[in-house]
Design a binder for this molecule. Sequence first.
Ligand SMILES: [Zn+2]
Length: 63
Amino acid sequence: MNETNRWRPGEIVPQSGIYACDCGREHLWSKSTDVRGHHFPPLPYDCSGKAWTLRTQAHPDDD
Ligand SMILES: [Zn+2]
């Protein structure tokens, strides 16, 4: 696993897309709008993971 592709809650969101936690239970969080200045949310209450990983990139040319 590449640690640079994992973000902990509170870190800056690098790009829009669908993120999944790393606990293996497919907790998803999507960010489809402007990500500037946004931070990752806390992981779900019943999630045992520690970080978010990028699952699906949003279209890079949708502006
Ligand atoms: Zn989870």
